[in-house]
Design a protein around this ligand. Sequence first.
Ligand code: 9WN
Length: 415
Amino acid sequence: MKAVEVLQRNSRGAFTVPAHGLYPYQWLWDSAFIALGWTQVDWERAWQELLCLFDYGQGPDGMLPHIIFHEQSRDYFPGPDVWGREARAQPATSGITQPPVVATVVRYLYEKDPDRARARERARYLFPKLLAFHRWLYHARDPYRTGLVVIVHPWESGMDNSPAWDKPLSRVPVENLPPYERRDVKHVNPEERPRKEDYDRYLSLLYLFRRLEYDPREIYRQSPFKVVDVGFNAILQRANRDLYALAVLLQEDPYEIEEWIVRGEVGLEALWDREAGFYFSWDLVAGEPIAVKTSAGFLPLFAGTPHQGRASLLAQEAERWGEKARYLLPSVDPTSPFFEPGRYWRGPVWINVNWMVAEGFRDYGFAALAERLKADALALMEREGFREYYDPLTGQGRGGEGFSWSAALALFWTR
Ligand code: 9WN
């Protein structure tokens, strides 16, 4: 199937499902990448993807949920009944968020849409909503103003079963969990998905947040999983820069955003581990760094915060990973004992990460590395089709088929 056909097949009017069957709703960061793909097909449709996120998903407090349950489906678990937020909003939504890449995408659409009147109108409409989302992130997830926000659930990282979450997640108590039936393993080989121990804890956190009625202050106080994810924060930092640029272009006051940028840069660079020569996430509950090298550790390049020396060390690190793995970029250091080449976020290559990291390397002048990330991504898609992820050693496609963001980024990257 061609990339554009994947998008068309997964389009449900104004939004796009990540994969038919496996993921039957609208996901937050997926829609942002997907909108980039739509720009190569139909600019109006690209804007609709984003408008749909805000018009149907955004709460009165500015929060953007990671899933909007536009339709009924028995294909996915946990659905709207488990989240228990039907009374709050229609359509129902989940009660956690996902990496805030959307402001970066809005800036791109605003700058490149050939219909200038539409671009201005849409950007003016979306700007206050983006601002409200970022404000919510700081208010709810950085109440002590450290410059870095926490995630309270592995799903919020978008890199659900990353080995970086193993230890913090192991502290989540699993008590009185109602029996449940997973649907993901009906669509995808269980060997390529998270394990039952992970799901038990994902759900235990979900039920805790539900008992707390999704009150952000209580969640921050009581969540047994609180992690400063380097990937999430790097994406936020990049998004802040793009939001700042939008504010200037739209002649809005950028002062508040400037403050986020300044504090975010200091915060992000404090996640650099001198000994390892790499960026690590931080476990806020244990008060310690999470010394596991994952692809998220390259994302500060996308944020533009490292100085050139650190960027060079990251380039050397990526080269080392590239000697072990045929295809860049594995989601986990291939020499790590945690590396599992076929299992979800524990080793496979993901197209969206390749794109963001390649953007970063390119901006720092590592053109050959950026090209390799792109060439490897395109080769994998050419070989195996638009899969959810790929084995970095063999190139074999894994997870969902007809995966929207892979198709979208193939279109966008070859524009
Ligand atoms: C939970 C939709 C989403 C992606 C995530 C990916 C996966 C969901 C799941 O699918 O997560 O949000 O059920 O496994 O990890 O990054 O947004 O494509």
